[in-house]
Design a binder for this molecule. Structure first.
Ligand SMILES: NC(=O)C1=CN([C@@H]2O[C@H](COP(=O)(O)OP(=O)(O)OC[C@H]3O[C@@H](n4cnc5c(N)ncnc54)[C@H](OP(=O)(O)O)[C@@H]3O)[C@@H](O)[C@H]2O)C=CC1
Ligand SMILES: O=C(O)[C@@H]1CCC=N1
Length: 253
């Protein structure tokens, strides 16, 4: 079994490791032994654990899972030269990663939180000679798309990386709306989850506009609700959300 080394032991590292633990030996490097032990327990498989200071990254395949503003501090802690670094950091450019880490290759990736349930939508770009290997690794946590530029990856960050939070807002708001009209909270939650489960499957094979046309009867309930969403400028707010997230990604570079 090949080893994948995670630098960082937070949400994303654990989510991705959950997807990889049956096909790779997992090693995790962090700054707090207690947190590394917690990581291993949550992962549920024997895990190599190491503290960052003077950790030797020579020849390793690394998935970098710290925050964008940690790069300068964290990168100073290692010795040796990695084979490849797969970064999940929003915004941080290949150039910045190369300037800070001693590594043969860099691939930027943007998974999302659904990695923990093997359904991350992961976008990737960077050293094209690692495209196949990156695809093999990140396919273990869901579908992947290789993009031609870092600009596209930064845009995709706003769509699929941040997307679960936007859909959570929509799902919470719709549920609250049903509760406001008198549905019990538990029933509203169960119904909302069923809605998203079915929608997730439907949207794979049908254009959103056609899906909407298929639901909306003349003078019916959907047309009434849809009109209210348009009045609330939801479509424009969604487009602004992607613009703001993309802009923020470029600021994190
Ligand atoms: N959350 C998401 O949905 C997504 C996140 N990302 C990206 O993933 C990356 C990690 O995010 P996430 O896992 O959510 O964040 P977490 O806060 O859960 O994890 C951050 C990790 O970085 C470590 N860390 C923080 N500061 C330092 C430091 N000064 N020195 C050493 N280690 C440090 C933390 O260590 P400790 O545990 O000791 O504090 C922790 O292990 C981010 O760059 C983000 O852009 C990408 C896609 C989706
Ligand atoms: O909010 C963030 O910056 C990270 C990147 C995508 C999802 N979470």
């Amino acid at each position: 079994m090949k080893t994948i080394t995670f630098i960082g032991n937070g949400n994303m590292a654990l989510s991705i490791a959950q997807g990889l633990k049956n096909t790779y030996k997992i090693e995790v490097v962090g700054r707090d032994l207690t947190k590394l032990e917690k990581f291993e327990k949550a992962l549920g498989v024997p895990t190599e654990k190491a503290l960052m200071d003077d950790f030797n990254i020579e020849g390793k395949q690394i998935i970098l899972c710290v925050k964008p503003y940690n790069i300068e501090e964290v990168s100073k802690k290692f010795i040796g030269k990695a084979e490849v670094i797969y970064s999940v950091l929003a915004g941080s450019t290949v150039e910045k990663l190369r300037n800070n880490f001693n590594t043969g290759a860099v691939v930027r990736t943007m998974p999302n939180l659904a990695a923990s349930v093997h359904h991350s939508m992961t976008t990737m770009t960077g050293d094209a000679s690692y495209k196949d290997q990156a695809t093999e690794i990140f396919s273990a946590i869901g579908p992947t798309v290789w993009l031609g530029s870092e600009k596209e990856l930064d845009i995709a960050t706003g769509l699929a990386g941040s997307g679960p939070a936007y859909l959570a807002l929509i799902s919470e708001a719709l549920t609250d709306g049903a509760v406001k009209q008198g549905l019990k909270r538990d029933d509203a939650m169960e119904i909302m989850r069923g809605l998203f489960g079915g929608f997730g499957k439907l949207i794979q094979d049908i254009h959103p506009a056609l899906l909407k046309d298929g639901v909306m009867s003349p003078g019916g309930t959907t047309a009434a609700g849809y009109g209210a969403l348009e009045k609330g400028n939801v479509r424009n707010a969604c487009m602004d959300a992607i613009e703001s997230a993309y802009k923020r990604a470029t600021e994190l570079s």
